[in-house]
Design a protein around this ligand. Structure first.
Ligand SMILES: Cc1ncc(COP(=O)(O)O)c(C=O)c1O
Length: 454
């Protein structure tokens, strides 16, 4: 890393409340147990001999990519946890995650994002990435803070932001993701529009295969956003839950904000990155990880150590065993296979959507993720119609359900879009679903035309 790159100090961004989270009286002492020779009478850990599990065996699907060829007597498709390893997996563990799992993830982040290990970042494991996003926002948001939110946006994030004492600012996104010009307009006019108010502290964005829009922001836009972050001094919360589901042209996936920040801004630590295993290993395992300034990680760990204590040791050990067997490249090969699956699903869904919805709806084909964001063309004169009633009144009555766009609007405004997920649906069912959606749009259109004539 060149000498010109500095480590960004996140401390001034921490919320007043972040100071109230203190190390748990018990968990805060856990690291001392690692001192050689220490006899620990510390934790109320249950005695593993009383646990009813003798072993846990996982059989892997040989058809999935990423598996090394069998060597010798090793069965590469079976993972068995027993004895000490099983006892560890069934026991309380460290707040930030199982040490060797964190270690694997830090090396992986280094490889994928080309960020050498240094003092500007570390990895913390959570019970899914959303757990960590919520805690990071708790650690950062003060009463009255402004938060910039890519719009439309994942409703799960809106759910926890609604319970925090911040004000949301909608930053427009289009089929190419977040629009830097919309961001700049808000910030350049800040003093006029919000006299005496502090500038926004955070930007929350979903850069790949966004939920709900399916959009992936190109690298050039990311660079513009990063420059604005430095100019106007805000943090970027990069929620990249769909990063592993990229199925666009090979070699053209934009680098992450986390990867770009040293090169673009000459600093490291302004980007707080969230990754998820939900879409590529299992969503029920509830595993995600945050890559962030260690100062922020410490506060997030304090919150964890006083709330849900830690992410599941069992699922971490399972994931780590699998990942170390695959290695980083094997895992990435697995992700490429998963992404190819979703590309096939996208193609199948779009085939039937084109058949039934041409002229009645429009959308942009995504290059990542599992969503189509479909704009319903209801008014013949091109005006937008809110999709809520069309979905919940008409489409549901016809037997098809999708998410009305208003669910993804930070300030709850209307939206002519609906989000459809093509992750699970087979083509014959997708065909029926699109036919029903067509009928709902036609009905809404007929009503709109009749109303115009009155
Ligand atoms: C954009 C986005 N972020 C985060 C999450 C939650 O991910 P996790 O299962 O890792 O908590 C989701 C889940 O659908 C999502 O769509």
């Amino acid at each position: 890393m060149s000498a010109a790159v500095t480590t960004f100090d996140i401390t001034p961004f921490l919320s007043q409340k972040s100071n109230l989270w203190k190390a748990c009286g018990i968990r805060g002492l856990f690291p001392l147990e690692n001192i050689p020779g220490m006899i620990s009478l510390l934790a109320g850990r249950p005695n593993a001999s009383t646990f009813p599990f003798e072993s846990i065996t996982m059989k892997l699907k040989p058809a999935l990519a990423g598996m090394p060829a069998p060597s010798g007597d090793d069965d590469p498709f079976t993972i068995s946890l027993e004895n000490d390893e099983l006892n560890e997996a069934l026991q309380y563990g460290m707040t930030a995650g199982v040490a060797r799992f964190i270690n694997w993830l830090e090396k992986f982040q280094s490889q994928v994002h080309k960020r050498a290990p240094d003092v500007s970042w570390n990895v913390v494991v959570g019970s899914g990435s959303q757990d960590l996003m919520h805690k990071a926002c708790e650690a950062l948001i003060n009463d009255g803070d402004y938060v910039l939110v890519e719009t439309p946006v994942y409703s799960g994030t809106l759910g926890f932001l609604a319970a925090l004492p911040c004000k949301l600012l909608e930053v427009k996104a289009d089929s190419q993701g977040l629009k830097p010009d919309s961001l700049e307009t808000i910030l350049a006019n800040w003093e006029t529009k919000h006299p005496g108010k502090p500038y926004p502290k955070l930007l929350y964005t979903i850069p790949s295969g966004s939920n709900p829009t399916g959009a992936s922001i190109p690298e050039q836009r990311k660079i513009e956003v990063l420059k604005l972050a430095k100019k106007y001094n805000f943090l970027i919360l990069e929620d990249d839950a769909y990063a592993f589901l990229y199925y666009g042209p090979e070699g053209q996936q934009a680098r992450s904000y986390f990867a770009l920040e040293p090169e673009v801004n000459g600093e490291m630590g302004r980007v707080v990155r969230f990754d998820s295993f939900s879409k590529v290993l299992s969503s029920g395992m509830r595993l995600g990880y945050m890559t962030a300034s260690p100062r922020l990680s410490t506060v997030v760990n304090m919150i964890t150590s006083n709330t849900n204590l830690q992410p599941s040791t069992l699922t971490q050990v399972m994931a780590h065993t699998l990942l170390s067997r695959w290695g980083p490249d094997g895992f990435l090969a697995h992700c490429t296979g998963v992404a190819a699956f979703y590309r096939t699903r996208r193609d199948a869904f779009e085939r039937v959507a084109r058949k039934h919805l041409t002229g009645l709806a429009e959308w942009t084909s995504p290059v990542a993720g599992m969503f189509l964001y479909i704009k319903l063309l209801v008014h013949p004169d091109g005006r937008d119609a809110d999709s809520y009633e069309i979905v919940l009144g008409k489409a549901v009555a016809k037997g098809v359900l999708a998410v009305p766009g208003t669910a993804f609007m930070p300030l709850g405004g209307p939206s002519p879009f609906v989000r459809v997920s093509f992750s699970q649906i087979e083509e014959d069912k997708a065909d029926k679903a699109c036919r029903r959606l067509r009928e709902a749009i036609l009905e809404a259109r007929a009503e709109a035309v009749a109303a115009q004539k009155i």
